[in-house]
Design a protein around this ligand. Structure first.
Ligand code: ATP
Ligand code: MG
Length: 217
């Protein structure tokens, strides 16, 4: 479902990733580790086709980085949920609208939008805060909202870039419990993380990135 084959990526003539090959299968939970600046976020960008390899190939379901057409990229992205370290919520829209927005752009009917949005907000424990605005929320609550937004289109994979990066251990555990639950329901999770405590506490397959190469550890 996600396959990197001999992927090389460089910025300004400097190699970041060299001949990276790995696979993530349906329903996997995989950590992506490695020191800051090693290229973890870049790997996630390659998966949602925000970045393209200099050579090699990234395949995501039926799409391949060497063949995808520009107008197919939004179609692919609707099948992938992404959460960012800095949440990227719209500050002038409330929790409900931040999540519903991802469905509105698909042209869904308002009754369906309401039903799905309430369901996914309830699932992450944010139903009662649906009328609040992001600046009124804690970091953990903003991340829960971002998870709800990522799940609204029922993605086959959730890409989580340091989802616990700015959170204390209680909020981090809450996020991890939700990621585990989502994974048990069949959604694959690829999570970039520095947090070895969390990784120890919630053991899963781990890919470590070092000097442009990836190793299963
Ligand atoms: N669009 C870009 N143009 C030029 N350089 C870039 C670009 N995107 C990333 N880089 C560089 O590539 C390197 C890897 O960045 P990346 O964000 O993938 O690292 P990371 O492993 O996610 O780091 P962190 O743990 O700090 O989030 C960095 O040195 C960064 O400056
Ligand atoms: Mg990063």
């Amino acid at each position: 479902m996600i396959e990197f084959f001999n992927v090389t990526l460089s910025y300004k003539n400097e190699f970041l990733l060299k001949d990276i090959t790995f696979k993530i299968n349906k329903g996997d939970f995989v950590y992506l580790t490695g020191r800051s600046g090693v290229g973890k976020s870049s790997i996630l960008k390659l998966i949602y086709f925000d970045e393209f390899p200099d050579s090699g190939n990234v395949t995501v379901n039926n799409f391949s980085s060497s063949q995808i057409m520009i107008n197919e990229i939004p179609v692919l992205r609707r099948t992938i949920g992404v959460i960012f370290q800095d949440y990227k919520l719209l500050p002038d829209r409330n929790v409900f609208e931040n999540v519903a927005f991802a469905l509105r752009v698909t042209g869904a009917k308002s009754k369906e939008i309401r039903k799905k949005t309430v369901r996914v907000l309830t699932e992450v424990g944010m139903g009662h805060k649906r009328n609040q605005y992001p600046p009124q929320l804690s970091g953990g609550e903003q991340q829960l909202t971002a998870i709800a937004r990522a799940l609204i289109n029922n993605p086959f994979v959730l890409l989580a870039d340091e989802p616990t990066g700015n959170l204390d251990s209680r909020a981090s555990n809450q996020i991890m419990n939700i990621l585990e639950k989502i994974n048990h329901r069949g959604t694959a999770v690829l999570m970039a993380s520095h947090n070895l405590n969390i990784i120890k506490q919630y053991p899963h397959r781990r890919l470590n990135l070092e000097n442009g190469a990836i190793k299963e550890v």
